[in-house]
Design a protein around this ligand. Structure first.
Ligand code: SAM
Ligand code: SF4
Ligand code: SF4
Length: 360
């Protein structure tokens, strides 16, 4: 046994040296959760106005989004990703706002995919611009794509996206992703009672028939501007039972520990759905996710009031070690578990980062 362990140790150190890696450390937060995933919001702009995220009456023509000079450059983002990778991050997801409205986003994908230790680069998009960009993203090293689509009913879909897109345009985006070789494609649908909950079964059937994994997300109280109320949330349990009544389902174990979506497969053939029950069955205990905002602030929770600025030290010439110390400190102090304590809060949190700013 001792010999075997010694050999394995040698191989691991060898690999680290051969690949010029610094071995990654496990960085744990105050509740002993490791740092594993990074979400990068590359822009606060979007070509949609989803009612649950960027309601059009607030985010109108005159709304001031971040000026370009305030956004991290791709080179700055890539430098930070190299640093996060040393601290244990191995999965990166690009999001926004709408990540595909950021010019030449495939260049960023390429830079991140080349970072030692990052073995998964994914992207969440509303799909509108995928027909023009799916091929370049795939060629740049993007491994997975999740496309948001809340309903297959044209009127419901348009109402939910602020009348910015027709259904066929997002369906064309999904087709383009498939043609570019992304598989399996995941589809995110935010479920709101009285808005799209009568169209869930159609969406589940669409996924089943086409080999897409549809993930139904409970409407969350992210930010302070989307008019969230508990009565608009359809609990995941109800989502599953409504689909199960028409398309029988059975639970499937998670793909890996801490997977956010609970999985169910169709009993009568291939295919599965997921439900993300962040409101009714929170999963803070397994939350290993750090978020980087477009202007370079680090957020340790989707419901945080404020982040920690990395851009100022970055642009003031901080060394990698200095930046690393800041990130280590932020993660070590982390105690967030908002979804677990939401129901015990006597007053709603007044200040919260917005979803379009920090990404889903
Ligand atoms: N624009 C891209 C998109 O819509 O896919 C990426 C950014 S969007 C903020 C990321 C995900 O968050 C989307 O799947 C969206 O549906 C989801 N989302 C936005 N607001 C939400 C809310 N209040 N509750 C639950 N999910 C939400
Ligand atoms: Fe834009 Fe995505 Fe928010 Fe919809 S959910 S407004 S597509 S950022
Ligand atoms: Fe993670 Fe915060 Fe969501 Fe809990 S509420 S799962 S800590 S992002």
């Amino acid at each position: 046994m001792t010999i075997t362990l010694t050999v394995i140790t040698f191989i691991c150190l060898d690999c680290a040296v051969l690949n010029n890696h610094r071995p990654t450390s496990t960085l744990a937060d105050a509740l002993n959760r490791p740092l594993r995933d990074l979400r990068i919001s590359v822009t606060d702009r979007c070509n949609f106005r989803c009612t649950y995220c960027m309601p059009a009456e607030i985010f109108g023509e005159r709304y001031q989004f971040l000026p370009r000079s305030e956004l991290l450059t791709f080179e700055e983002i890539a430098r930070l990703v190299r640093l996060f990778a040393r601290l244990g991050v191995h999965k990166v997801r690009l999001t926004g706002g709408e990540p595909l409205v950021r010019q030449q986003i495939e260049r960023l994908v390429e830079q991140i995919a080349a970072v030692d230790g990052i073995d998964d680069v994914a992207l969440t998009t509303n799909g509108f611009l995928l027909p023009q960009q799916a091929g370049a993203l795939r060629a740049a090293g993007l491994r997975r794509v999740t496309i948001s689509l809340d309903s297959l009913d044209e009127d419901v879909f348009r109402q939910m996206n602020g009348d910015r897109a027709r259904l066929e345009q997002v369906l064309a985006g999904i087709d383009a992703a498939r043609a570019a070789g992304f598989a399996p494609i995941k589809i995110n649908a935010v479920v709101q009672r009285g808005v799209n909950d009568h169209t869930l079964v159609d969406l589940a059937r669409f996924g089943k028939d086409n080999g897409y994994i549809v993930r139904f997300i409970e409407f969350m109280d992210v930010g302070t501007r989307n008019g969230w109320a508990m009565e608009h949330v359809v609990p995941a349990r109800e989502i599953v039972s409504r689909i199960d009544a028409v398309l029988p389902l059975e639970p499937v174990p998670p793909n890996y520990p801490g997977e956010v979506a609970r999985r169910y497969r169709f009993r009568d053939g291939p295919g599965e759905i997921g439900v993300i029950a962040s409101v009714t069955q929170p999963f803070c205990g397994a939350c290993t996710r750090l978020r980087l905002s477009p202007e370079g602030s680090l957020f340790t929770c989707l419901f945080a009031a404020a982040g920690t600025d990395l851009r100022a030290p970055l642009r003031a010439g901080a060394s990698d070690d200095e930046l690393e110390q800041i990130v280590r400190g932020v993660w070590r102090r982390r105690t967030d578990r908002y979804s677990e304590i939401r129901s015990s809060l006597t007053e709603p949190r007044q200040q919260k980062v917005e979803m379009y700013h920090i990404g889903g």
